[in-house]
Structures are given as structure tokens and as C-alpha cells.
Ligand binder design. Structure first.
Ligand SMILES: Cc1ncc(COP(=O)(O)O)c(C=O)c1O
Length: 375
């Protein structure tokens, strides 16, 4: 099976992990600080906190903003559940806005329509690694005094009009799951240019305790610490951080290869009458975390079965959040309010893309797609 996404781990990655295993610090050690400063340097932002998953990072990003309970946050329904679950963890109400068909990103005009006196923030996702309409979203936020949370779990390394993702929202979240732009096994990060948000995110990720283990270590350190807020243990290990530092060195190369594969798909599928290939807007450096197409005049689920049975690990990103039984039980969203999301959901399919994928693999995927026409 050619999977839809997978990691690239090389000998250097393994050596860096082995060095940590032989060291004194498996967690809360020097590799954490090094990964955080390397990530800041790469993104070009001031502060970062690395954590044990993108989901944890979303939870502390939302928590750091400290909105009153039951405040509303406008977000996209066309995402992984963690984006809106992070609002529920923090006793906030998700309000969904519809998406745009071409990028599958949240529609700034529908955000406008969903604003109420209770709205405090917009949480937007750079779907597939294509940054959202950040200018338009920022304008809406400024007009209404709203905070911005960027779920950039797909878009580490992507950029918007020459500036790297991680410098636009009040707080931005990355994921280092194996299918993501870089991996630490599980892992994530928040980045921000706001020192107070960074401090609150750090506290929330370590039980709310104001001194880390390394600050309480050594001949001059004391034993005392305070617990200032109700946090969690969302800490990343040094083993993961060492892998992250090593992976980050290869990120630009990974994205370059993803870009080549996307271009190859676009070229090979341009004459395929039942496939609509994805677009990249002007001024965007796409991260190509996933490559999705919209199917025209054929049944997506029959096509999915054909591909899977032929060894191609296609997938569907995403099931709209309001379809899930948990959300149906606790909320009363109406599918009719999201016509574009519904249309895209019925027709979308994710084709394999990952940096180690060969041109031959791409040819095989395309050949298998085209075979469907003759079934
Ligand atoms: C858009 C988005 N947000 C959040 C997450 C959660 O990240 P993690 O799996 O690292 O917890 C994912 C992961 O799939 C995602 O795609």
C-alpha cells in the first residue's frame, strides 16, 4: 500500500536520538530549549513552547488566551476534530463558518456573518498546508477586536506573501505527528510574539508550575516552586526534541519535494475529466501536507474502494466536525448552513504525498486513477 503520508527518518535522526538516550536528560533537559530556539529561528518568531502533541498545543494556545466560559470562537468545520475540541476543553463554544471550495479554507465572509457579541476569537486552519486568507481574516479580527489562533498543524514551513507561518496570529500551533511536515513521533508546538501568551502556554503545559525541572537542579538552585494555574503534563521529551532539531534541518528539502510531487500530479491529471486538481493562490508558498482533489460526476466512495483495493492508500480529509455523533448530541448545527463544506466533503479525496515518494509511485497512483474510467 502506498500510504497517503509518511515520515522520512535518516541515519542522522537516529544518531541524535541515540545521543539523548546515552545522556542524563531524557526529558526537561537541554534539547527542549535547543529545539525551541531552533524552531523560533526557523519561523522567525520570538517565543515557542514545544509539547507532546499538536492537540496539547491547541489546548494550551486556547487556554493561554483565558476567555470567559461559554465565549464563542469561530472556526472551520473542515478540519481534524482537535481544532474545535480544543475549544470544548476550555469551556468555549465552537461556531462554524463555511469554507471556500478552491482552498478548502475558512471563508472570511462567512466569519463576518457568524460574529455575535460573545465572539472572542477566530481559530483558522491552513488546510493541506495552503495558508488561509490571512489578510481578510485579520481585517475582520481588527474590526471586531477578536484574537486569532492559527492551527498551522499542516503548514509549518509554508509562507504568506514572503513571511513564514507563525508570525500572523496571536498564537500559532504546529503538529509533529509522523504524517506532518516534520515529526517527533508525537509532538507539537505553540509559537507567538507575545511574551505573556508564551509564559501562560508554558505554565499550562507543565502543571501551572512556575519553575521547570532544570531550573530547580544544581548547586545554586532551591527546591521551592509555585503552582499558579491549573495546567497539565503536556511536556515533550528530550528524545523527541533531538529528533525535531534534526528533522527541522531537512524541512525545506521535504517541502521542495512535496512541491515537485504536487506539480507532477497537477500535470499528469490535467486532462482527467473526472478530477479537479488543487490550486495555489498568488503569494503563497504551499506546504503540501496533503494533496486533495475534487471528483466530478463519479461516486467518491466507489472510487475510494477501487483505489484502496489497488494498493493506493487514499483517504478523506475531512468528515465535517458537525457530522460526529458527539457534536450532534451536544450541539444543533445544521448541514444546510455549510453548503460548500458539504459539497467538498462529498467529492474530496486525498492522494498520497510524502517527501520519500518516488516519481514512479506518482505514476502508479495516476495510472490507477485513470483506470477507473474504464471500469
Ligand atoms: C488541522 C489539525 N489540527 C490539529 C491536529 C492534531 O495534531 P496532533 O495529532 O499532533 O495532536 C491535527 C492532526 O492531525 C490536524 O490535522
Amino acid at each position: 500500500m502506498i500510504s497517503y503520508g509518511r515520515q522520512w527518518i535518516d541515519e542522522e535522526d537516529k544518531e541524535e536520538v541515540m545521543k539523548v538516550l546515552d545522556s542524563d536528560w531524557l526529558t526537561t533537559g537541554p534539547k527542549i530549549r535547543e529545539f525551541e530556539s531552533t524552531l523560533c529561528k526557523y519561523v522567525g518568531c520570538k517565543y515557542s513552547v514545544v509539547l507532546n502533541s499538536g492537540t496539547s498545543a491547541l489546548d494550551v494556545a486556547v487556554g493561554a488566551l483565558d476567555f470567559p466560559e461559554r465565549s464563542e470562537v469561530i472556526t472551520t468545520p473542515f478540519t481534524f476534530a482537535a481544532t474545535s475540541n480544543s475549544l470544548l476543553y476550555n469551556h468555549l463554544k465552537p461556531v462554524f463558518a463555511d469554507i471556500q471550495k478552491d482552498t478548502r479554507n475558512i471563508d472570511p465572509e462567512d466569519i463576518r456573518r457568524k460574529i455575535t457579541p460573545k465572539t472572542k476569537a477566530i481559530s483558522y486552519v491552513d488546510y493541506a498546508g495552503h495558508p488561509c486568507g490571512i489578510k481578510e481574516i485579520t481585517e475582520v479580527a481588527e474590526e471586531h477586536g477578536l484574537y486569532l489562533i492559527e492551527d498551522a498543524c499542516h503548514s509549518l514551513g509554508a509562507s504568506y506573501h514572503g513571511k513564514k507561518i507563525g508570525n500572523f496570529a496571536d498564537i500559532t500551533v504546529f503538529s509533529f505527528h509522523p504524517v506532518k511536515p516534520i515529526t517527533t513521533g508525537e509532538g507539537g508546538a505553540v509559537v507567538t510574539n507575545d511574551p505573556e501568551l508564551a509564559e501562560r502556554a508554558r505554565l499550562l503545559s507543565n502543571h501551572g508550575i512556575d519553575k521547570s525541572a532544570d531550573e530547580r537542579y544544581g548547586p545554586d538552585a532551591g527546591w521551592a516552586y509555585d503552582m499558579k494555574m491549573l495546567g497539565r503534563n503536556y511536556r515533550m521529551t528530550d528524545i523527541q526534541a533531538a529528533l525535531g532539531i534534526s528533522q527541522l534541518k531537512k524541512l525545506d528539502m521535504f517541502i521542495e519535494r512535496r512541491q515537485e510531487i504536487a506539480e507532477l500530479y497537477n500535470e499528469l491529471l490535467k486532462d482527467c475529466e473526472f478530477v479537479e486538481t488543487p490550486i495555489t493562490k498568488d503569494g503563497i508558498k504551499h506546504g503540501w501536507h496533503i494533496y486533495t482533489v475534487l471528483l466530478k460526476n463519479i461516486n467518491r466512495d466507489k472510487f475510494f474502494t477501487h483505489m484502496r483495493k489497488s494498493g493506493i492508500g487514499v483517504n478523506v480529509h475531512y468528515i465535517p466536525i458537525y457530522h460526529f455523533s458527539y457534536y450532534r448530541k451536544h450541539f444543533s448545527f445544521d448541514e444546510k448552513d455549510f453548503p460548500v463544506t458539504e459539497d467538498v466533503f462529498r467529492r474530496i479525496i486525498t492522494l498520497p504525498i510524502y517527501p520519500k515518494m518516488s516519481d514512479k509511485d506518482v505514476d502508479l497512483v495516476v495510472k490507477t486513477i485513470k483506470e477507473y474510467a474504464s471500469i
